[in-house]
Design a protein around this ligand. Sequence first.
Ligand SMILES: [Zn+2]
Length: 134
Amino acid sequence: MVAVSASNPIAARLLICALAGAVPWTDARLSPRTLAGAVPDQDFYRAFDTLWLDSQEFEELARAQLVDPRSPVNVRGLQATAMLNESRRAYLCWFQESAEDDFVPLANCPRCAAPLVLCRDRLVCEDCRIAVYN
Ligand SMILES: [Zn+2]
């Protein structure tokens, strides 16, 4: 599994998994249509991430959107992940405030509540295609 780096058009929110090990995202052989579908999601997500990182008056609003599985930012992210899964196994990397002192890693899927399972170095929900860093 490889996280798509923040310097490329899809960025780190979407993870592309190769069955035989990590591969560079450029080797994922994603179609132009698939890439075009994923990029708007990344731009939308980055807007909320920026507000949260700003730690000012919109931090809580942004955090609430980032942790809610029904929020537009996550619904769009899951749609982009589904599109990526048409050609390559992919997961949505779920937002967590892991730098907080009282951080408790997720043990269950934030969307369906099923127990997360270990896939390489991350916990994932295969049904929802969500991955978390714990
Ligand atoms: Zn799930």
